[in-house]
Design a protein around this ligand. Structure first.
Ligand code: DON
Length: 317
């Protein structure tokens, strides 16, 4: 099988990435590193890095690509995929909806609006907590092992680990998530103990990655669940289509509409500053820039992706 090569699809990309990273770094001072999870406040506000990877494993990168950060909300895409593989669509969408909220990622506003009180979509915190309760395993320990193994497979990196400091920090600053989980439990959306479900949720949010890991995970989604480098099908195509649809409609939270217009690619952000995106059928992309805009997305990362998309006409729309 022959695939599109990164340097054929994107001529002069190395030079352009270097230039855009330098330009976009100027934006960092206008953003804020997340601090509501205290450990995340240690993120480097000035950092900005990008890795792009094609189906041959060829990479192109610029900026602070050694930065290690936790997946945070990016993990919600993959916990959804695991829950879909464990349970099928019908069960998952009995517990969580398919619609964007237009509200911030940790808003509780709409939880009570629609009966029977299920979260609007799997990428807001309430929805991801509901999804975490669907991950299968014979014990809590087994569920956590399955989560880590799945993320390692998707990133093709056996050394991925939970970041203990960030996990503990989330655990102890989670009053809002905890209140949502109790609300879901009361509505019959969560079937297990709130503490166990939140433990899975905090753990997958606190997996340490690099932008290269994000690019490899993006590549897997770009090729609909079959890793083009190994040829292994890790996720059914249908579930990846569902995940990518959510990335377009809800992946950048209440800035998803703007991102669709300005960049036009499926993407998912996290509060530690990561963005995972992809050029369908071609390239996986990982970005990190811990300084966030008011919607909780990397301020310089979004600008960098905008430049990339505009220069090479990458929008899907
Ligand atoms: O539960 C939280 O608030 C975090 N673990 C994840 C939130 C997040 O990454 C939202 N992203 N923009």
């Amino acid at each position: 099988m022959s695939y599109i090569k990164l340097h054929d699809r994107l001529p002069n990309i190395e030079h352009n990435l270097q230039m855009w990273v330098e330009q976009c770094k100027q934006q960092c001072h206008g953003g804020k590193v997340a601090s509501y999870i205290p450990e995340l406040a240690k993120g480097n506000k000035q950092a900005l890095g990008i890795v792009m990877m094609d189906a041959y494993g060829e990479q192109c990168s610029a900026g602070d690509i050694q930065t290690v950060f936790t997946l945070q909300s990016i993990s919600k895409v993959f916990s959804l995929l695991l829950a879909l593989m464990d349970n099928g669509e019908e069960i998952v969408f009995h517990k969580v909806g398919m619609e964007p909220t237009g509200d911030s990622f940790n808003s509780m506003l709409k939880l009570e609006l629609v009966q029977p009180g299920i979260p609007f979509n799997p990428l807001i915190n309430a929805g991801a907590i509901a999804v975490s309760s669907l991950i299968q395993g014979s014990s809590q320990k087994h569920k956590l092992e399955r989560v880590l193994q799945f993320f390692r497979k998707c990133a093709h990196n056996d050394s991925l680990q939970f970041n203990e400091q960030v996990y503990q920090s989330e655990l102890h600053s989670a009053d809002l998530n905890r209140s949502m989980a109790y609300f879901l439990k009361d509505n019959g959306v969560l079937e297990h103990s709130v503490d166990d479900v939140l433990d899975i949720y905090f753990r997958h949010c606190s997996i340490d990655v690099s932008v290269k890991d994000l690019a490899r995970m993006g590549l897997l989604l770009a090729y609909n669940g079959t890793d083009p480098i190994t040829g292994e099908q890790l996720i059914p195509k249908r579930y990846v289509q569902i995940a990518k649809s959510f990335m377009v409609t809800c992946g950048m939270y209440n800035a998803s509409g703007q991102f669709a217009i300005q960049v036009g690619l499926p993407a998912k952000s996290g509060v530690s500053g990561g963005i995972l995106t992809l050029i369908p059928g071609a390239i996986g992309i990982g970005v990190v820039g811990p300084a966030l805009n008011s919607k909780g997305n990397s301020i310089a990362g979004v600008e960098l992706l905008e430049k990339l998309s505009n220069a090479y006409d990458l929008s899907m729309f």
